[in-house]
Design a protein around this ligand. Structure first.
Ligand SMILES: [Zn+2]
Length: 156
């Protein structure tokens, strides 16, 4: 049982025991996870390792590698999924209607396939979070492929 109200900080507290889908890559400032509620394989979230609820609260040191991670993850997604490009989105809002615990800053890095239907393009890509998510086993398998693509930048 935990009394914490932050999903991301709860995961951070057990970082050494996390499955591949929760720690695809990690450094001093950022952790990369597969979105736990995504129906789209490869939907990643880039998470600051301390509790931050607004981008303005990031330190210069955290900011300095933010862009590097966004581009590195995009390259890995191109290699693994063959996507045409990636979306990078950040709202730090709770999903659904008032679900607590998701105010922690998280940059979504989403593979955008060449044939993605028009009704799921741009911000409408969040429609993938309203469908049945892929299984944790599928997320772990995908995480391992991404780690391979990330090479020396992957976790463990
Ligand atoms: Zn947090």
């Amino acid at each position: 049982m935990t009394t914490s109200s932050c999903y991301t900080c709860d995961r951070e507290a057990e970082v050494d025991a996390l499955p591949p889908r929760e720690v695809i890559a990690i450094d001093e400032h950022w952790r990369v996870a597969h979105a736990f509620d995504a129906a789209l394989p490869g939907w990643l979230v880039l998470l600051p390792r301390r509790h931050v609820t607004a981008i303005a609260e990031l330190t210069d040191a955290e900011a300095a590698v933010l862009g590097t991670w966004q581009v590195r993850l995009s390259r890995a997604l191109h290699a693994v999924t063959g996507c045409a490009k990636t979306y990078v989105l950040q709202y730090a809002e709770a999903p659904g209607l008032g679900a607590p615990g998701f105010g922690h800053v998280h940059f979504h890095v989403v593979p955008r396939a060449a044939d993605l239907p028009q009704e799921l393009r741009g911000p409408r890509v969040f429609g993938f979070l309203e469908r049945e998510p892929i299984s944790p086993e599928q997320m772990d398998a995908f995480a391992l492929r991404l780690r391979e693509a990330l090479g020396e930048h992957a976790a463990r």
